[in-house]
Design a protein around this ligand. Sequence first.
Ligand code: SF4
Length: 457
Amino acid sequence: MNDAVLSPPPPGTQGGPKVLLEVFGCQMNKLDGELVAGALRKAGYDFTDRDEEADAVLMVTCSIRDQAEHRVHSHLGELAVLKRSRPELAVGVLGCMASREGSALLQRWPALDFVAGTRDFPKVASLLDEVRADRVRLVAVDGDPRVSEERDLAVRPHRARAFLTVMRGCDKRCTYCVVPRTRGFEVSRPMHEILDEAKRLVDDGVTEITLLGQTVNAWGRAFGSSLGDLFHEFERLDGLRRVRFTTSHPEEMDERLVAAMAACRKAGLFLHLPPQSGSDAVLRRMARGYTAARYREIVQQLREAIPFVQLGADIIVGFPGESEDDFELTYQLMEDVRFSQAFVFRYSPRPGTPAFGALVDDVPDDVKRARLATLLDLQARLASERHASMHGEVHEVLVEGTSRRDSRRMFGRNLAFDRIVFPGDPSLVDEYVHVRLGESTALTLAGELVADPAFAG
Ligand code: SF4
């Protein structure tokens, strides 16, 4: 879920200074990138995808893993070299790394002009103006938690799909996680604001909305609402066909949400519900707030209420103190639950997390690697079995783009968030088609277009 990505910049049309805007990290960062792009466009900036013609390079950053931060540091190294020949180039780091490191980043990188934290996006255009006009170096990391979500529809990257932030921050304190430090306490947006934005998106051609929040299923708790209430509202929104949401915390699953998912036909049949571990001892040290038995119970309740729901997992291997027995319990949980998707990570200590300095990183790296490989093998086997069992089924797919491996094939997703590949052409992007599944692998579900599902056989 946290692969580094480069956002496609919106085209430059205003004749203003050009910004190269890069986005690393999760869906939340992608949407933050859109919000920043909208604010910059409003302030008269244009965009480019080339360092050489950029007047400013801004990076929306991710702190969740070492690797994500390394990419930003190595890019800052390249920009430092570029700035020797182009000293007027402005460079800014935005988002999680800025919130976590603040002025320390400026000290480390003399080529960096400003940092703006996750709650300071609305200021980015004025910070950039100031940096370019006065050649000053600036730090903004103390913004309002009720960050404005005002968005510019002109910079949306996809016609039919959009992210929509329903809450920011997190009140949990999982000991491996830096998010509460970088994104602050949980703040839910009011329902009317979310529905207004959803309506604007639908009027602009969006048919699939993904609701975003760090613990998205805790939305509305502060004012007695449940995410399920939002699903019922979306059900009445003409033109909208699908609603997804991510990421959920197991302990925040409530009955109203489960009932709404079961009742609302637009609700996606996929729930990203990270267990992180199958061992109670490890879960305790992670401060996740549930046991493995409780997790299994939640899964059972979900599957009883919503028979076709698919589940996604995040798993950390090699957390401090994880024994072979602990690992075996995680393996067993994965095998029993049979997730449709699983992201497995090796634990690495992150500065700014409760575990850093408090828990000894005592699982050797070769053991972490071996456990990671074992779980990836398991997931590949489970995926192959599931994909084989789906042979012949017809699925409605929202087409997202052209396959990177084969330009004659397109890909899209069904309601259960499975990625499905099929022969087609780019004219199908953003359309809903029906695909009959054929020969598939562990990694890819593949099929053929079906003209009319009523005659699909
Ligand atoms: S629930 Fe835990 S892992 Fe998720 S964002 Fe909050 S602290 Fe991080």
